[in-house]
Design a protein around this ligand. Structure first.
Ligand code: ATP
Ligand code: FE2
Length: 332
């Protein structure tokens, strides 16, 4: 089975073709804002401008690798969550492509795609997933036919919290990697809010407190303390999800997963609990077309396709509303 997938929920327009074994072709065009954060309208214009070019280059690469477009069985696309204008651009391209190749569409939940590429590209089989990116922060695990959300942010994603703080500190976008670099040079901890409510966490107050702390403390110490608190909150909830579900694997997903301090803290926690900790290769952690194509392949093979009249996008598409038809639950 061969599936072409298109991702474009935010800043990355990326298309890929995969089969069961590997990524056959992939082409990405990244929108980089001149100033500040992502401007949704500009990102959508970027995607619209590059969509046909990206698909053309992808199909050329596919042909060069000895395949033919008629080998493609389905067109997968990121249906949400994400920026509405960006999602609509991607869905429009997917519809046009599905019609011209005369194959079905598969609407993919972006969060689930982050999980499935991790299960594909690491040995993880049934993990507790910590999904941390710009717009999203969730702890998920498979149970009874759904990816259940065990905990999530009550306000903004951890990546956006880091980016917003960094912008306020005069650092350029994306802020996450810069905060990580400054944190390494820190010499002391500054007290910061730690907000876990039940199984959920909140980052907006921490981001603001960090910005205020800059008037009294060094950037290095504030970056360090921000990270320590935010990551401890994420690790606490991940650990409780492990205990609650009885699972013994943790999978890290999303762009913030590039952070070495977060990985270290998760690694220590997993070690303590006798759980295995998995991190996919960097290129599969941030938004990428391969994760949409591969999840589309799993869905397609288990009989799920998306008729055109149900292919509307959903900017707040919740992963726990999707029937996980491609996993048979041993415990049922
Ligand atoms: P989503 O649509 O899933 O929310 P996204 O558009 O935010 O994804 P990702 O590539 O998953 O895209 O994540 C980007 C985020 O990752 C940015 O907020 C960026 O600051 C953050 N990030 C990247 N590298 C690091 C790092 N080393 N440490 C902390 N944060 C990082
Ligand atoms: Fe993402």
């Amino acid at each position: 089975t061969t599936v072409l997938g298109i991702e474009g929920t935010a800043w990355n327009l990326s298309a890929a073709i995969v089969d069961e074994d590997d990524v056959i072709a992939e082409v990405t065009e990244t929108y980089r804002p001149a100033t500040g954060g992502i401007h949704p309208r500009e990102a959508a214009q970027h995607h619209a401008m590059y969509a046909s070019n990206v698909i053309e280059r992808l199909l050329n690469e596919f042909r060069e690798n000895g395949h033919h477009p008629k080998d493609i069985d389905a067109i997968a696309f990121s249906q949400g969550p994400g920026l509405g204008a960006c999602l609509r651009t991607v869905a429009t391209s997917a519809r046009a492509l599905a019609m011209s190749l005369d194959v079905p569409m598969v609407g993919v939940n972006h969060c689930i795609a982050h999980i499935e590429i991790g299960r594909w590209k690491t040995p993880a089989t049934d993990p507790v997933v910590l999904y941390v990116s710009g717009g999203n922060s969730q702890v998920l695990a498979h149970r009874a036919g759904k990816y259940r959300i065990f905990g999530e942010t009550l306000d903004i994603g951890i990546g956006n919290a880091l980016d917003k703080f960094a912008r306020g500190a005069g650092l350029s976008h994306p802020g996450g990697p810069k905060v990580e670099a400054y944190a390494k040079e820190s010499t002391g901890y500054v007290k910061m809010p730690y907000v876990v409510k039940g199984m959920d966490f909140s980052f907006s107050g921490l981001s603001t407190a960090a910005k205020d702390a800059l008037s009294k403390h060094s950037l290095e110490d504030v970056c360090y303390s921000f990270q320590e608190n935010a990551f401890a909150m994420l690790v606490e909830v991940t650990e409780r999800a492990l205990a609650h579900t009885g699972k013994n694997e943790v999978l890290l997903a999303g762009g913030v997963g590039a952070n070495m301090r977060l990985r270290e803290m998760l690694d220590v926690m997993c070690d303590d609990r006798g759980a295995r900790f998995y991190v996919p290769e960097r290129k599969f952690m941030g938004d990428n077309g391969a994760m949409i194509a591969y999840t589309g392949l799993l869905m397609f093979k288990s009989g799920t396709t998306t008729p055109i009249d149900q292919s509307h996008v959903d900017p707040s598409f919740r992963p726990d509303t999707v029937d996980v038809t491609w996993i048979t639950d041993k415990h049922e």
